[in-house]
Write a protein that binds this ligand. Structure first.
Ligand code: IDP
Ligand code: MG
Length: 137
């Protein structure tokens, strides 16, 4: 079994879409093995997205991620990273396939409702960023 980190980003958490997104997770056969509500500081958002530090959208992205509460979730399932990214859809909601979360709920390229790790190594790093071993079932 693989694990991945999902985030219900501030735009979705603030529009009361958490239940709908959790329902998509569960109907895709992914299992929630840890979940908590957090409000990242700007510093924490910058650390989390460090791979994008040189990108022009870094400052705006990290402001947004620190703008309100979000849910961080550990998912378990076969090929969890791929499966969850399929359910999320393309980064830009305009390009996301029908039936994906970003297509249905995303508000813009930046405020695209959900995050998912893009590889086993990023999943390991991102899960350890938010959770201790004790917090994961
Ligand atoms: P991903 O979330 O689909 O893996 P990444 O390229 O890793 O996409 O970008 C991380 C996040 O940064 C995106 O989910 C989105 O919120 C934001 N983002 C990516 N590209 C842009 C952009 O060109 N303008 C504004 N925000 C962006
Ligand atoms: Mg990414």
């Amino acid at each position: 079994m693989d694990q991945t980190l999902a985030i219900i980003k501030p735009d979705a958490a603030s529009r009361a879409l958490t239940g709908k997104i959790v329902s998509r997770i569960e109907s895709n056969g992914l299992k929630i093995i840890a979940m908590k509500l957090i409000h990242m500081s700007k510093d924490q958002a910058e650390d989390f997205y460090i791979e994008h530090k040189e990108r022009p959208f870094f400052d705006s992205l990290t402001d947004y991620m620190a703008s309100g509460p979000c849910y961080v979730i550990v998912l378990e399932g076969e090929k969890a990273q791929l499966q969850w990214r399929d359910a999320m859809g393309a980064t830009n909601p305009v390009d996301a396939a029908d039936g994906t979360i970003r297509k249905d709920f995303g508000q813009s390229l930046e405020q695209n409702s959900v995050h998912g790790s893009d590889s086993p190594s990023s999943a390991a790093r991102e899960i350890a960023f938010f959770f201790s071993e004790l917090e994961i079932m």
